[in-house]
Design a protein around this ligand. Structure first.
Ligand code: BJ8
Length: 382
């Protein structure tokens, strides 16, 4: 990991630095909007002159506190997020002026009722139906309602021009991140999966997106040059893994090192925090609310039924990243991703004809030994 350019360490530090930054921003009178999900149209938040910041809980530290209000057999991401708000241990939640959530899975939307007693919340009603015409109408309206709520909250007026500028800004970030992901297409990749995860993780806590984009582009250039000059940190024949499933912020440190210490390399993350949302840009020509509604409805999350967009993206990624095997990570009690494993497995082992394994896990270390054995056996057969 230390072989990476200095800029990599900057991303490693980004989350810690962002704790200080968020306080500085608040002291300077800036507005912070906490978000939980990839469906949140962050462009509307930027257009309101505020900063969106991800609040997904990624550690088991606050789960015992959360379990005083929430059932034990609930997804760790939901319990952790709620626990951080309850205990005021997360500065992002603490400094958020308002939190935006969506009615994605049942656990999340019911947790929001309690979270609303701690912080002001705005919940967007996400359509989960397959009728695109109906879903688009609903989602467009929800984006308009969010816009009005933020206008009221921050005493401002959001114009079409503000939205278009925000769309451009967010597309620039998507383009830079797509460049970063594209390193995984190189054989062997000039970046390990753990390094890639650290950069992506750091990027989600960076406020200055122009500076972040520049750092990413510099890093990509440097790593490509190193590769051209023959520097290799991954073996030529390392099995190439695609990770899909639930967000992995709370389990990445447990699972990715096991994969990579067994000689494989993670070349692509399909899940949220990975390429899922970044793969498609927002149309910059269309009427902005319409363009945002179209873009975000296409997120291939398992709460959608049926969820063909996930299959389509996985199919493209397997081909583009020359994937040898797929690991589907399911957080315990995540029913939608868990139910979807059958369809994903059938598609990957059938149509794509490559090995697949699913892992059900939580934020504890209790299953580490068992995961080591199962993942080693999976990589062995690739
Ligand atoms: S767009 S993946 S961030 S909902 S909280 S569904 S793990 S039981 S996080 Fe998600 Fe948005 Fe979809 Fe992405 Fe399952 Fe847990 Fe629910 Fe979860």
């Amino acid at each position: 990991m230390n072989n990476l350019p200095k800029v990599f360490n900057d991303f490693n530090e980004a989350r810690r630095n962002s704790f200080i930054k968020v306080k500085e921003y608040k002291d300077a009178g800036e507005h912070i909007v906490g978000i939980f999900c990839t469906f949140t149209p962050i462009e509307v938040i930027y257009a309101a002159g505020a900063y969106p910041i991800s609040l997904c809980g990624m550690s088991d530290e606050t789960i015992p506190d959360a379990e005083r209000d929430l059932p034990k057999n609930l997804c760790p991401l939901i319990k952790s997020s709620y626990g951080f708000a309850l205990t005021e241990k997360c500065p992002f939640t603490y400094f958020s002026d308002i939190i935006v959530g969506e009615t994605t899975c049942d656990g999340k939307k019911k947790m929001y009722e309690y979270l609303n007693q701690i912080k002001p919340m705005h919940v967007m009603q996400l359509p989960q139906v397959t009728d695109r015409r109906h879903a688009l109408l609903v989602w467009k309206n929800e984006i308009i309602i969010l816009k009005e709520r933020l206008e009221k909250q921050f005493n401002t007026k959001i114009t079409d021009d503000d939205l278009k500028k925000a769309i451009k800004k967010c597309n620039e970030e998507r383009r830079a991140l797509k460049e970063l992901y594209s390193l995984g297409k190189i054989c062997p990749p000039p970046i390990t999966g753990m390094e890639l995860h650290t950069v992506l993780h750091g990027a989600s806590f960076t406020f200055d997106k122009d500076e972040q984009n520049k750092k990413i582009m510099d890093m990509v250039k440097e790593l490509k040059e190193e590769h051209t000059n023959g520097i290799r940190k991954v073996k030529e024949d390392a099995p190439r893994i695609l990770i899909t499933g639930c967000p992995i912020g709370g389990v990445a440190d447990k699972i990715i090192p096991i994969i990579e210490s067994n000689g494989a390399v993670v070349v692509c993350y399909e899940n949220c925090s990975g390429i899922k949302e970044k793969s498609r840009l927002v149309d910059e020509i269309k009427e902005p609310i319409e363009a945002l509604a179209e873009k975000y409805l296409n997120v291939g999350c398992s709460v959608m039924a049926p969820n063909d967009n996930r299959i389509e993206l996985i199919s493209e990624l397997i081909d583009e990243y020359k994937v040898d095997g797929v690991i589907d990570i399911i957080l315990q009690a995540c029913h939608t991703y868990n139910v979807e494993t059958r369809r994903i497995k059938e598609f990957i082992t059938g149509e794509k004809d490559i090995p697949y394994m699913s892992i059900e896990t939580d934020y504890s270390q209790a299953d580490e030994g068992q995961l080591k054995t199962r993942i080693a056996a999976f990589i062995e057969m690739l």
